[in-house]
Design a binder for this molecule. Sequence first.
Ligand SMILES: [Zn+2]
Length: 494
Amino acid sequence: MKNRFNAALPLSVISFFLLASGAAAASRPVWLVAAGKTDITPNLAQETVWLAGFGATGRKPTGIQSHLYARALLVSDGHKTVALVAVDTIGLYRRDILDMRHDAGWTGPDRYMFVSATHSHSTPDSLGLWGRFPGVSGVNQPYMHRVIAAVADLVKTLDTQLKPARFYAAETDVNPRGLCRDSRDPVVIDPELDVLQFRSLAQPSKIIGTLVRWSCHPEVMWDDNYEVSADYPGVLCRTVESKTGGACVFQSGVIGGLLTPDVDRKGGPTQEIKEMNRVGTTVADDALRIIDKAKPITPASVSFSSRTLMIPVENSRYLLLLPHLTYGHRIFGRDGQPLPWWMKYWIPIKQLLFFPLPKAKEPRVKTEIALVKLGPVKILGVPGELFPELAIGGYHGRYRFGHPLIKPNNPNPPDLAEAPKGPYLRQELHARVGLIVGLANDEIGYIVPNYDFKISNTRLMLPRLPGDHYEETNSIGPSATGILLNAYKKMLAR
Ligand SMILES: [Zn+2]
């Protein structure tokens, strides 16, 4: 008996290890990756588009300065797959994103399409805000349908091309002097540059795709430019693609409140092109330098979560423009029930007749927040233009980079004693490499810290107060900030 027991034990131990190692081999995670791009440049001979980005009317483009692309990086662990898509456009509404997911058949629980806009300003109006006249949409619907179909096709194609890959991730702070500045007090410039890169497992020298996330408005090409341009993200991606041979996805970070290129535009569009090339290649070179030194990340699981939130439309101008705003959003009542389609026309009329619209009658729109995890790397999606200070703090001057924290002549300076104390969103993300990505899966406008949300008439949201208070007039309303931040707190605590 004793002998048989002793003999049986090692056998059972061996078979346990064989079984366990076999099971582990079968489920051992491996990064599966594909990356690519598709051209979405408008055909100016056939498609009438209006350039977005500045003032209340669009600019009729006279030519193509650089091509526009939708780029995608698909990452899978064999079970769940995420598509990180970036589109050269001023912004996309949630309905556009839902259409892309629907057209690609990416609506199930194992696939998630995380779509962000590069926010390049010299791109066709996609939000209905820059038409021929103020208040008239400049959106060319067939062009938008073409963009949505192109993104869906790209993702579907890449989904069939997933290959085993090594994953590298790096993050550094870049001195923003000469690249990006903050036009609104307090000066808080997010210096974080994040880079993800996937190289073929079979051919380690082959780079499949690179993702770069950095924070600054893509508006080097100013309102005197009349050509379609992907702005500095186009240059950045072109540089990375020519040096690595793989596709490059650019994600815009936290750019509200308001991070704008630190460039010299004297000399008009010719000088702007030089400056755009300088900013794009400088950031691309920094990105490639830091990723070259990165160590590979052990294969792990891919996961994602997303949540929809109801945001009240408080901005009276947005209420008047409701037909445009709802071009990309269904509207809901206070009770969360969808409102009939004609309400988007009736609410603006009611608002004019019975101004101001009673609080209880304010419609709501549904927006989306998202968290993607690629092993230890986290990507947080923000559906608008988040003020950098809401992400990283910096109210005591940590991120002012030699600029005065508050301009001495600011007529309505922020009261920093009232500023939120933290922890801030970037800390709550708890990741060594953590990307906070703006204009992701929707665009609801600027997300302004409540302590500095100053407006002469809170119901009218106009006129703008003297000083740095432009962003309030282009935000959906003061309630959005708290709703979003509370939802992120819950999402990240889980
Ligand atoms: Zn913007």
